[in-house]
Design a protein around this ligand. Structure first.
Ligand code: ADP
Length: 245
């Protein structure tokens, strides 16, 4: 099944397109790494995929439906860059955040014991059971990422979309975080990950989309590594980041 299908998608904030004529598909079970230099349109492309922005031209389908009429928001877990850097001023606990995901899934009224059990399971899966009663804003960036992923798990999301989720997270927690993503992917959750560290992407992702306004590569990780897409897309920007763990 196709989770995301983009055909000839173009989007501009002003005159200059941020995304130009991009066509790509994300299949059920893919772990797609979305890479490109700073300002190359990664966040914009992800938001287009999720229906958070409307394209100027081209078509976008989510789970086989035109994204403009897609209503199963609980099938998608989106962790934006803002989610890492700050959680707003709402005083809510981690458990409450995750429970909101369950409400989205249940869709109505009062939660059952099974719903509360699903919340507990989600907290446990991401390893933050002991943080359940803390304020979300009191967590570190990495812990907060896990809370938002737990929320998506509680709502039984099929697609996790993450925008540079480990900015400001230390190397050890980062590694553990990417292991978590890999195990969720092994269980069948489709993942789209924006990540500036090419090494992480080539280690973890099964497929890669490399953009710099236009799409330079879309395919499996092996063919990307063997291609010239990286040098072409990054050009002389000098932004390529390779960390070796
Ligand atoms: P990336 O995620 O690869 O860093 P973005 O999608 O954030 O790239 O940005 C792509 C281009 O669009 C950049 O030139 C950026 O400055 C511009 N841009 C992003 N968001 C906005 C916005 N809200 N308004 C105007 N321009 C924007």
């Amino acid at each position: 099944m196709t989770v995301v299908d983009l055909e000839n998608v173009t989007f501009a904030y002003g005159e200059q397109p941020a995304v130009r004529d991009v066509s790509l598909t994300v299949a059920d079970g893919d772990f797609l790494g979305l890479i490109g230099p700073n300002g190359s349109g990664k966040t914009t492309l992800l938001q287009l995929m999720l229906g958070l922005r409307s394209p100027d031209s081209g078509s976008i389908e989510l789970f086989g439906e035109p994204v403009s009429s897609f209503e199963d928001g609980e099938r998608i877990g989106y962790v934006s860059q803002q989610a890492t850097s700050g959680g707003g001023s709402m005083p809510v606990t981690v458990r409450e955040v995750v429970t909101m995901g369950r409400f989205a899934h249940a869709g109505h009224g009062r939660l059952t014991d099974a719903d509360h059990a699903a919340v507990d399971d989600a907290l446990e899966t991401v390893g933050i059971t002991d943080l359940a009663d803390r304020q979300i804003n009191a967590l570190s960036g990495g812990q907060r990422q896990r809370a938002y992923i737990a929320r998506a798990l509680a709502s039984e999301a099929d697609l996790l979309a993450l925008d540079e989720p480990t900015v400001g997270v230390d190397a050890e927690s980062r590694d553990a975080f990417y292991q978590l993503l890999e195990s969720l992917n092994d269980e069948g959750i489709t993942i789209i990950l924006i990540e500036h560290d090419i090494g992480v992407v080539t280690d973890r992702a099964s497929r890669i989309a490399c953009i710099n306004t236009e799409l330079y590569h879309h395919g499996d990780t092996e063919s990307f590594v063997e291609s010239d897409a990286l040098t072409e897309a990054y050009g002389a920007s000098g932004q390529v980041v390779h960390h070796h763990h």
